[in-house]
Design a protein around this ligand. Structure first.
Ligand SMILES: [Mg+2]
Length: 202
């Protein structure tokens, strides 16, 4: 019985192991020296280091990267950081899997950044559309987000570099209680937070 299933097991396991090897090789080859793959907040990313690495565009996640899912916290310094990067000539695009479309529209308007929602990350279709819109090649773009299974994996599938930020505090979903520690970086308990008063609620 087991012998009969062995070829099937090989078919399933081999592609996964080769993907893992490719991931390691690709990460080691394409990542610029001194590139920080994980940071606490968006505003702690050195814009100059992106510039010197040949990055021209930024695909940004919204939920728990810029604004917490429950609209309580805004990532400290995020808006100023985005404006500064724009002044230096960086192109932006937001890819959000968020289900509340009006909210994504609000942030698209507020930050003056085009968006695709739902982006269905990590599938590469949304990333390809964002790259086409920015008229940039994957190696010229960095994806910044808080979730490995959507933002970071999507960047990998699309050939972009990525930087993971810590997830802004938010009420955990059921799956985050189970698997959140594998795909997200927790926000430090003593980390600076910026309260955000929602402007669209009465
Ligand atoms: Mg997110």
């Amino acid at each position: 019985m087991f012998n009969r299933r062995l070829p099937l097991l090989k078919l399933l396991v081999l592609p996964l192991s080769s993907l893992n090897k490719q991931w390691k090789i690709k990460s080691a080859q394409s990542c610029p020296p001194n590139w920080q793959r994980q940071v606490l907040i968006l505003a702690s990313i050195e814009i100059e280091s992106l510039n010197s690495s040949g990055i021209k565009g930024i695909i940004l996640d919204l939920d728990n990267t810029v604004i917490s899912e429950d609209d309580r916290y805004l990532s400290p310094g995020a808006e100023a950081w985005i404006q500064q990067a724009k002044l230096l000539g960086f192109k932006f695009f937001i890819l959000s899997n968020g289900k509340r479309r009006y909210r994504v529209k609000y942030w698209s308007h507020r930050l003056d950044i085009q968006t695709i929602n739902p982006a269905r990350k990590p599938f590469p279709v949304g990333f390809r559309r964002a790259l086409a819109h920015m008229q940039l090649k994957p190696k010229q773009v960095v994806v910044i987000g808080d979730s490995r299974h959507t933002d970071i994996l999507g960047a990998y599938f699309s050939g972009c570099l990525s930087i993971q930020v810590a997830s802004l505090p938010h009420p955990p979903r059921w799956w985050e209680k189970l698997a959140g520690k594998w795909v997200q970086m927790p926000y430090p308990l003593d980390g600076e937070l910026l309260a955000f008063e929602s402007e669209w609620e009465v």
